[in-house]
Design a protein around this ligand. Structure first.
Ligand code: SF4
Ligand code: SF4
Length: 90
């Protein structure tokens, strides 16, 4: 049996396609954990894309991914990636 105390919070890994971004900052403003921030750098379109400020705080809620009008950001589940890496080891 699994008890609530045994459940671990999910952790996300954020992927940003900088050149798709239009610098609207929706992902930055609406992230509940303040994980993202707009960078000073310019992308190919002349906008400031976000960067990951605190990845360890990401809860894998996927709100940033849902809200981005340019499909420039998505999140994968960290545990799944780590498990896949472990399984691919000989
Ligand atoms: S998945 Fe949620 S917590 Fe993680 S960066 Fe996106 S909005 Fe923030
Ligand atoms: S929501 Fe999308 S387009 Fe807007 S700043 Fe974030 S990544 Fe860029």
């Amino acid at each position: 049996m699994v008890y609530f105390g045994d459940l671990k919070p999910k952790k996300g890994k954020i992927h940003i396609n900088k050149d798709r971004c239009k610098g609207c900052a929706f992902c930055v403003e609406y992230c509940p954990e303040d994980v993202l921030e707009l960078s000073e750098e310019f992308n190919a379109k002349g906008y400031h894309p976000p960067f990951v400020k605190h990845e360890d705080k990401c809860l894998y809620c996927q709100l940033c991914e849902t809200i981005c009008p340019e499909y420039a950001i998505f999140v994968t589940l960290k545990e799944e990636e780590e498990r896949e890496k472990d399984e691919s080891r000989p």
